[in-house]
Design a protein around this ligand. Structure first.
Ligand SMILES: [Zn+2]
Length: 290
């Protein structure tokens, strides 16, 4: 035990920058330089993705602890602690290709920039929603992959028979996918009502400016109120009243048709004449639509 602790302590950290922020990467054991470089590139990719939403890295500093070689395939798990520490587990034979397709670190980094709150679906849904969009904006994922994963995932978030609203149904599907659908509906509505000049990004940046990082615990009302104040419309509060308190369902087929996204076999097909096609494009480009 003592020798293990001593050897772990002697493994040097990697010090990285993301904008003005510092990211320290620590390893559970000595790793070859090539492995260290793979991990550093993966951290940079995830930071780049997160910065497409916030315009900067959400916290001044963070520690990423990499537990190496504990089994599994690629990156097997991630968890964020108190807005300052992310722990990830990763196989020692992980490759650049596996890390390029990993979603876990980007998901965890979004937890750094958003307050904890009693209802888990709010933060978990947000990380689930933002992760593929942000990776698309950073050029790491195709728009077709983003929409394919949404069409596959969102049905798991709809209320099942006997479910209550999101606030009262903490199942896996409702927490991650039901939460993600809440944020997609909110983002689309903000863009629709602002002529695509405002977006969910504005609400999230405002919450962060108010100190709403992962080190904070906010009541959910405060999150939605601060977000709505940034866009000058009570969209988050009203959507929360509907989906948080009641098992309101969403007609996903109609929603995808409005956004102009469908499947032809396994392929994802876009309809650029759909009423919300510009908003759909803006979601994955990060730019205002037209
Ligand atoms: Zn999460």
């Amino acid at each position: 035990m003592i020798t293990q602790a001593a050897s772990a302590a002697s493994v040097p950290d990697s010090s990285l920058k993301a904008g003005d922020s510092s990211i320290t990467v620590g390893f559970s054991e000595e790793v070859p330089q090539a492995f260290r470089t793979l991990v550093e590139n993966w951290v940079h990719d995830a930071a780049d993705a997160v910065m497409t939403v916030y315009g900067r890295y959400p916290v001044k500093q963070v520690m990423i602890r990499v537990e190496v070689g504990l089994g599994g395939h690629g990156v097997s798990s991630g968890r964020t602690f108190d807005g300052r520490l992310i722990k990830v587990r990763m196989a020692s034979d992980v490759t650049r290709a596996i890390l390029r397709s990993d979603w876990i670190l980007t998901h965890e980094m979004f937890h750094l920039g958003f307050p904890d709150t009693e209802a888990n679906w709010i933060g978990e849904g947000l990380s689930t929603y933002l992760e593929p969009l942000a990776r698309a904006r950073a050029g790491q994922l195709g728009a077709d992959e983003v929409w394919g994963s949404m069409m596959d995932g969102f049905p798991k978030g709809l209320p099942a028979a006997g479910d209550m609203g999101l606030d009262k149904t903490p199942t896996w599907g409702r927490t991650y996918w039901g939460g993600a659908l809440f944020w997609l509906l909110a983002d689309v509505e903000i863009r629709q009502k602002s002529g695509n000049r405002k977006s969910l990004d504005d609400t999230l940046r405002a919450i962060l400016v108010e100190g709403g990082t992962g080190s904070e615990n906010w009541p959910e009302e405060k999150i939605f109120r601060r977000g709505d104040a940034a866009i000058g419309m009570p969209i988050l509060e009203e959507l929360h009243e509907r989906l948080g308190a009641h098992p309101e369902t969403t007609d996903l087929a109609a929603f995808w048709a409005q956004l102009g996204v469908s499947r032809k076999g396994r392929a994802v097909v876009f309809n650029e004449d759909a009423p919300l096609a510009a908003i759909r494009r803006a979601l994955t480009s990060g730019k205002a639509g037209h």
